[in-house]
Design a protein around this ligand. Structure first.
Ligand SMILES: *Cc1c(COP(=O)(O)O)cnc(C)c1O
Length: 399
């Protein structure tokens, strides 16, 4: 695993992070923290994780030189980290596998998870089937309607999908419901959180399991180009695929990090998910970080054409990177993301997830002004099959 500069021993990244949870969960978080520390030090656990990354997920995923995309953009060399080729079609499986193995090691028999668009739920259901664990996924009723194929995938792999009818019936409500379940069943149950959010130690654990993306990328770029990249570009929802790419390069000060948030219908419209660009510090789902709230301190409704970016919070480590200047955060709106989506389909024959299309658009745009010797690694966090309905409607294709 990578060198852990942050968080500190209380789970803080500068002034962000921590654990803001009911008393009943404090001991569960401590149990998880020590179990994780033991697993980190256990060569057998690491070997098991690495072996399944290889045999089950299909790692290492390629670092692909996008020749046509580079030519079309007319500037810097663009390399794509192909997380879209991981089993279940996105990076989420890396974390689901890691935490699934950890839960087994802790003797937990029951896994609960939240899901928004269903991508994390699918990854968790998949891993639970493979490891023989009971799996319950909380999903907002609204999301169940919008993401029917993912509900089928979860049910096929043996998970129970529980509809959440509170609040806006979407992701943040599903997280609240999962936390409620955990409080009641903490002895038998592991809560398998899907991004670098939530109370310590989750942001650290998820980051470490996702850091396989950055570690592989570093090895791959060094093998071919004999040097480090100049830029890393990734989309930011909760922040797990981006931190997974960025973190192993943390001490390589010449490598610049660019996180791309969802600009939705434009920052002025208020309909977006640009938490770092427009939010302010507060506490949500057990962690202190940037978040989006209205003038009454209520969590704002968010919007993005990419279901996986539609979350009003962001991981505490990103808040810390933003304030310290280690990473730069930009926004790409729905229309631009669709342009990025088409661009990758046209130039490379790869259909990206709409989330990843945000990063593609930004990387192609910034590449234009730069020389070909400049290397940009873009995290292609997932494949776009899940988004075909949205894209068909948005582009006015089909009937
Ligand atoms: C869930 C998801 C994201 C956003 O989540 P992060 O935690 O920010 O990575 C991005 N891309 C894809 C394909 C996803 O499924």
């Amino acid at each position: 695993m990578v060198k852990n500069t942050w968080p500190d021993s209380s789970g803080y990244y500068g002034k962000y992070g921590g654990k803001f949870v009911p008393e009943t969960l404090m001991s569960a978080l401590s149990e998880l923290e020590s179990a994780y520390a033991e697993a980190l030090a256990d060569a057998e656990f690491q070997q098991q994780f690495n072996q399944l990354c290889k045999d089950y997920i299909g790692r290492p995923t390629p670092l692909y030189y996008a020749v046509q995309l580079t030519a079309k953009s007319g500037g810097a060399t663009i390399l794509l980290k192909r997380e879209d080729l991981a089993h279940t079609g996105a990076h989420k499986i890396n974390n689901a596998l890691g935490q699934g193995l950890l839960a087994k090691r802790m003797g937990k028999t029951r896994i609960i998870a939240e899901t928004g668009a269903g991508q994390h739920g699918v990854a968790v259901a998949t891993v639970c089937a493979m490891l023989g664990l009971e799996c319950i996924v909380y999903m907002g009723e609204e999301d169940i309607k919008r993401q029917a194929p993912n509900v089928t995938r979860m049910e096929l792999t043996g998970a129970e999908v529980r509809p959440v009818t509170s609040g806006s019936k979407t992701l943040k409500d599903a997280i609240n419901e999962a936390i409620r379940d955990w409080v009641s069943n903490v002895r038998t149950t592991h809560y398998l959180l899907g991004s670098v959010v939530g109370p310590h130690p989750y942001p650290m654990i998820v980051r470490d399991f996702q850091s396989i993306i950055g570690r592989e990328s570093k090895e791959q770029v060094l093998a071919v180009y004999k040097r480090l990249p100049d830029y890393l570009v990734a989309c930011v929802g909760g922040g797990s695929n981006s931190i997974g790419l960025f973190h192993p390069f943390y001490d390589d000060k010449d490598v610049k990090f660019i996180g791309v948030e969802a600009g939705g219908e434009g920052l002025e419209s208020g309909k977006h998910s640009a938490t770092l660009a427009t939010g302010k510090a507060g506490v949500l789902h057990g962690t202190k970080s940037y978040l989006m709230e209205d003038e009454h301190g209520q969590i704002k409704e968010t919007h993005s054409i990419a279901p996986g970016l539609d979350y009003p919070g962001v991981g505490p480590e990103h808040s810390f990177y933003k304030d310290s200047g280690r990473a730069t955060y930009v926004t790409v709106d729905d229309k631009q993301a669709l342009e990025g989506f088409r661009l990758l389909c046209d130039t490379e024959g790869i259909i990206p997830a709409l989330e990843s299309a945000h990063a593609i658009y930004y990387a192609a745009k910034m590449a234009k002004g730069l020389g070909q010797e400049i290397l940009i690694i873009v995290n292609l966090s997932g494949r776009g099959d899940k988004d075909l309905d949205i894209v068909t409607k948005a582009l006015g294709m089909g009937k």
